[in-house]
Ligand binder design. Structure first.
Ligand SMILES: *Cc1c(COP(=O)(O)O)cnc(C)c1O
Ligand code: SF4
Length: 465
């Protein structure tokens, strides 16, 4: 791309008017509405009252591969069904898909559809894992003083309250704990059940650490906590004097917004905790996880409006995925649409080094380019920060802040002075997106350690300039 040099106009009096807006750039405000689920043969007879009811959504959520393949009969060709069967056979995550999500997928184009890509694996698109991937790439267990609480940063901690979710995402970074065991998991998953005794030890730890001001309640997913559990966790954390901020993390609004609208018990519990916090001058918010503009419909808008009307702040953390949201146009519409429904785009994560989803990863360079393209689109506070969650436990680092980045080998090196001083953290771009010279070097196992060493040496040289 050629950059134009803009010269400062001299003594300009008449300024050209801003040209009229191209209305197609306002598509973020056009939300899918109506009975779109009827496009799916299995849901053709489902009434609006049922589809909008979270109890119906939960009961109809598909948790068996053969059920899912059955629901696709008549929608897609037998070849696609066979492809999905093969995909599930090799996948490290269990299946769990809500009818809402299934109905949002464009089954005319299953190969390209961004929601299909995130939840339904296909055998034919599978790529071999990068040799440097491992289980729990974020080292959450190593940084856990109590099982289920990761205390990595000085003043905040991550509380894994439970190990289930309303859906299971293929790209889940916590596949070491989340969801039921599957045949392909080389380890038995760590058990993090919703359990008051396990939580007691966590609350005691938080109470014993005066520096902890900020607790992320995640899992698993806060949507799967019962109303009394939302209150229990919320109130016990609010009662710890030094806890000043809390975030309930949930994918829920992106995969089943109905719950916000019809699960009054759960909604009331959340509102109660938020309002009690406000009276105590403590900030309780919701963090959610939309990845593609198609996940935001008119139903989502009504759900987000209900949260907004209660003064509940909602922020979004998206995961950058190839073929899902790695195009400038898609990411821009996502950011604008989130703003439209009063959700603040907070982070876009470069995909973690998770096994079995290599075709969904992309490069640090793609993330950096996207960040440049998106910034300036809308309010700065509605512009996400693009980060790499540094593998090995460095925490989130801005994509542009690498100490060294070799686009040939795809190795980027990050440091985290406030989190793990003196350490370097490596991210590896997927091999198939590297230039030929890089792919060739990775083909030779003798080169692997050499490439890593080179990258570390250059990062050190950069630090000591
Ligand atoms: C992401 C994360 C947090 C919260 O970090 P923010 O940058 O404040 O969103 C806290 N602890 C752990 C272990 C995390 O991964
Ligand atoms: S909702 Fe979150 S924790 Fe659950 S499977 Fe998806 S990414 Fe993992």
């Amino acid at each position: 791309m050629q950059l134009k040099v803009i010269e400062t106009p001299k003594n300009e009096v008449q300024r050209p008017a801003k040209p009229p807006v191209d209305l197609s750039t306002l598509s973020h405000r056009q939300l899918l509405d109506g009975d779109f689920w009827r496009r799916i043969p299995a849901y053709a007879g489902v009434s609006e009252a049922d589809f909008l009811d979270h109890k119906w959504q939960m009961k109809q959520t598909i948790t068996k591969v053969d059920k899912l393949l059955g629901a696709l009969q008549g929608l897609v060709s037998p070849a696609v069904i066979a492809d999905a069967e093969e995909g599930f056979g090799a996948a490290p995550m269990a299946v769990r898909v809500s009818p809402y999500l299934l109905a949002l997928i464009d089954w005319q184009n299953p190969y390209e559809d961004p929601i299909r890509r995130q939840f339904i694996p296909l055998g034919s698109t599978r790529l071999a894992d990068h040799p440097n991937l491992r289980f729990d790439s974020l080292n959450e267990q190593a940084d856990a003083p109590v099982q289920g609480l990761t205390h990595r940063y000085p003043d905040k901690a991550l509380f894994l309250a439970l190990d289930t979710c309303p859906v299971y995402c293929r790209f889940c970074t916590r596949s070491y704990a989340v969801g039921p065991d599957v045949d392909q998991g080389e380890l038995e998953k760590l058990s993090l059940k919703a359990n008051n005794q396990r939580w007691d030890a966590i609350f005691a730890y938080v109470a014993s650490r005066p520096e902890l001001e900020d607790i992320v309640i995640s899992g698993g997913d806060s949507y799967n906590l019962r109303a009394d559990q939302v209150r229990e966790i919320g109130n016990r954390l609010l009662d710890i004097p030094h806890v000043q901020r809390m975030r309930f993390a949930t994918k829920g609004p992106a995969v089943m917004p109905q719950k916000i609208l019809t699960d009054d018990e759960w909604f009331k519990a959340l509102v109660e905790v938020v309002h009690r916090g406000r009276k105590m001058a403590k900030d309780v918010v919701l963090h959610t996880h939309f990845n593609h503009p198609n996940e935001i419909t008119a139903i989502t808008k009504r759900a987000m409006d209900r949260l907004f009307s209660e003064g509940i702040t909602v922020r979004n953390q998206a995961v950058l995925q190839r073929g899902v949201n790695d195009a400038v146009e898609t990411m821009t519409v996502l950011v604008k649409r989130l703003g439209h429904v009063n959700v603040q785009p907070y982070y876009v994560y470069v995909h973690d080094l998770v096994k079995g989803v290599e075709e969904l990863r992309t490069t640090v360079d793609t993330a950096a380019q996207l960040e440049k393209a998106v910034r300036g689109t809308t309010a700065g506070f509605n512009t996400p920060t693009f980060v790499v969650d540094a593998p090995g436990g460095g925490g989130k680092r801005v994509v542009h802040s690498f100490e060294h980045y070799d686009r040939i080998t795809g190795i980027s090196v990050f440091s985290a002075p406030r989190v793990k001083p003196g350490q370097y953290f490596l991210y590896f771009d997927p091999l198939h997106l590297l230039p030929e010279a890089g792919q060739l070097r990775w083909k030779d196992p003798a080169e692997h350690a050499k490439m890593v060493q080179e990258a570390l040496d250059r990062a050190r040289a950069h630090a000591h300039r």
